[in-house]
Design a protein around this ligand. Structure first.
Ligand code: GRF
Length: 193
């Protein structure tokens, strides 16, 4: 089982996944990190863990289809089984979705279907709700709308600030995402036997 992680920024979830692979909790090979921003911190994290990095930007291409076509070529060349989006800040288009349907997984920092989009934590914090959370889901052609695999709740306390809520959410993400991937991969490997 070969994984590719896509990320655009800090990469704390990438690191949590890479560590779970390194200790064998996730029974797979983390074949590569794909990053659409060469200067993102996640690139340094991958290099320091000796995980191959491929990085190019949609700006280098005439269209999104050509950009995704290049990614698809890479995934096929490396025989990637599963794509994991860990803070990849782009919408997956039809070029990738058609070839990898049901094989792209995303993490979102809210209890979907509540608070989809770019600012899930902030929107929940200002959204007058007492709980939010983390969702792991398959990617479809909507924004954070695909079938849900797992969710974990996080309470918003009266004393929470946006920063403390972000910390609580990330802490849950770093446990939940590797655990869900480990389970999913185990199940898929069982089905193959
Ligand atoms: C996470 O909150 C994730 O849920 C969202 O983007 C953020 C990425 O954080 N999709 P990091 O780059 O993994 O630190």
């Amino acid at each position: 089982m070969k994984l590719a992680v896509f990320a655009s920024g800090n990469g704390s979830n990438f690191q949590a996944i890479a560590e779970a692979v390194a200790v064998g909790t996730i029974n797979a090979e983390l074949t590569l990190l794909f990053c659409d921003r060469k200067d993102a911190y996640v690139v340094q994290r991958a290099r320091s863990m000796s995980i191959p990095v491929v990085s190019f930007s949609p700006k280098d291409f005439e269209s999104k289809a050509l950009y995704e076509g290049e990614i698809l070529h890479l995934l096929e060349e490396e025989q990637i089984d599963l794509v994991v989006l860990a803070g990849y800040m782009r919408i997956i288009g039809p070029t990738l979705l058609e070839e990898f349907s049901n094989r792209i997984i995303n993490i979102h920092p809210s209890l979907l279907p509540d608070f989809p989009g770019l600012h899930g934590i902030r929107d929940a914090f200002y959204g007058n709700v007492r709980e939010t959370g983390v969702t792991i889901h398959y990617v479809d052609n909507g924004i954070d709308t695909g079938p849900i695999i797992a969710q974990e709740k996080v309470t918003i306390d009266a004393t929470d600030t946006l920063v403390s809520l972000e910390e609580k959410i990330h802490k849950v993400e770093h446990k939940l995402f590797p655990a869900v991937l480990a389970e999913l991969i185990k199940t898929q490997q069982g089905e193959r036997i």
